[in-house]
Write a protein that binds this ligand. Structure first.
Ligand code: PMT
Length: 404
């Protein structure tokens, strides 16, 4: 972040105290940080704290012009490489969504053309309120990036979603943002389809079979492909993460729905990555009404789902096809079997029995196979970095005009 100018907007939520650590970490990472506080934020943390940590004057009042040669809110808005708002309160999100500029921070937010990264923090009900969600949706559509709040004990006593993401994670997010701007556009002009999450196979209106996939790996691939310049379509089954911005998201709950969505778009794609955990079987029938508890046992007949990846392999023409394999043993032999049987160009195998790999984790440990065997074994990496490496290998091979 060396050389980057960041405006850190601090709003009046109790999590404002965490913004001090964030300010310190951004400064330590090399950024020039200008803190802009709302009046309410100053009631929770003194501006002097931020001044000491950023070594810059802290702005609160729009009319407090420090340099007579410039109009400070426009000057700051123009100079910022990014504006980070942490905590972003429901009130500030509402002002941003509706173009209200009644203090220094909201005025800068209206005046800036720089990327805005907002880390909301508030009471769980305020966060879930339709007004807040609608405001966030408006802002998302305008390109504001959200660093989603965590779930946990909130200062108000409630337990739920609304806790400000930890300063370290926000710094990582900001770093990733700058890195994405500098990412080589290896997939420029390419159409990429990624599947993510676990399919849901319904037994009756309230019960279903599924698996532990969170969608993190697929989402990381979608973000990495987007940042490499691709036009990305994400086919998402059941996921527990917020969708990445600037990708087309199509929901597909079951394997059958996913098959229809994937096959209908396959012809126009250059690259397809099947990171979704697709159920191999589904109940032979989905009861129209909730199944009643009658006998001591309940027998459910499962029938085989179509293998979507195998079908893609059969229909493959110009597309570059990447499959995943989630294994708990004999990684290499099972991976090679899937690569050949499903006619993939690359197969990414993860040993999901390892602590830092697989379902729900933020990290992964993968080996990328091609038809000759293991091509690249990656160490423990964040899923986003894992995604970057997988797509780099794919892009190099696609751009060289060769299939594996
Ligand atoms: O979502 P996360 O929590 O981040 O977890 C990531 C992950 C572990 C789900 C991911 O890294 C992963 O391994 N995805 C593939 C999981 C899986 O279904 O593996 P499989 O070995 O059962 O299937 C092999 C391949 O065939 C996969 O590409 C799968 O999408 C595809 N498949 C499988 C069955 C089927 N009926 N249709 C398919 O297309």
């Amino acid at each position: 972040m060396k050389g980057k100018t960041i405006i850190l907007g601090v709003c009046g939520g109790i999590a404002a105290y965490k913004a001090a650590a964030l300010c310190s970490k951004l400064t330590q990472a090399g950024a020039k940080v200008h803190v802009v506080m709302t009046e309410s934020a100053t009631k929770l943390v003194a501006p002097a704290t931020f001044q000491a940590l950023s070594h810059e004057a802290v702005r609160v009042d729009t009319f407090d012009e420090l340099d007579p040669k410039v109009i400070s809110h426009i000057d700051l808005a123009d100079r910022a490489d990014a504006v980070v708002i942490a905590p972003a309160t429901a009130n500030m999100l509402a002002k941003m969504a509706h173009g209200i500029a009644d203090d220094m921070l909201s005025t800068i937010l209206l005046a800036t053309t720089s990327p805005i990264l907002a880390a909301p923090a508030m009471n769980v009900h305020m966060y879930a309120h339709p007004a807040t969600q609608a405001n966030m949706e408006i802002l998302r559509e305008r390109g504001v990036q959200f660093i989603e709040p965590g779930v946990g004990q909130l200062a108000c006593g409630y337990v739920g979603k609304g806790r400000l993401e930890e300063p370290e994670a926000i710094v990582e997010y900001v770093k990733a943002h700058f890195a994405s701007l500098e990412a080589p556009k290896l997939l420029a002009g390419k159409k990429v389809m990624i599947t993510a999450g676990g399919t849901v196979e319904r037994l009756d209106p309230v019960r279903y079979f599924t698996n532990d996939s969170s969608g993190k790996m697929g989402f990381a691939l979608a973000e990495a492909a987007r940042d490499m310049g691709a036009d990305v379509t994400l086919i998402a089954a059941r996921v527990s993460e917020a969708f990445p911005s600037d990708v087309t998201v199509i929901r597909a709950e079951s394997a059958l729905e996913m098959e229809a969505e994937v096959l209908s778009r396959y012809n126009e794609m250059d690259l397809v990555v099947k990171a979704a955990a697709v159920a191999d079987y589904r109940p032979s029938e989905t009861a129209a009404q909730k199944i009643k508890k009658t006998g001591e046992t309940l027998n459910v007949t499962l029938v085989k789902n179509p293998d979507i990846l195998e079908e893609l392999g059969r229909r493959k023409e110009h597309q570059f096809l990447i499959g995943f394999a989630a294994e708990t043993e004999q990684l290499e032999s099972y991976a090679m079997d899937k690569l050949v049987r499903k006619n993939c160009d690359l197969l990414v195998a993860n040993d999901v029995s390892q602590d830092q790999a697989g379902f729900g984790k933020d990290t992964n440990i993968v080996t990328i196979f091609d038809k000759n065997g293991p091509a690249l074994a990656l160490p423990v990496l964040g899923k986003r970095e894992t995604a970057n490496r997988i797509l780099q290998v794919a892009a190099e091979r696609m751009n060289a005009g060769g299939k594996a």
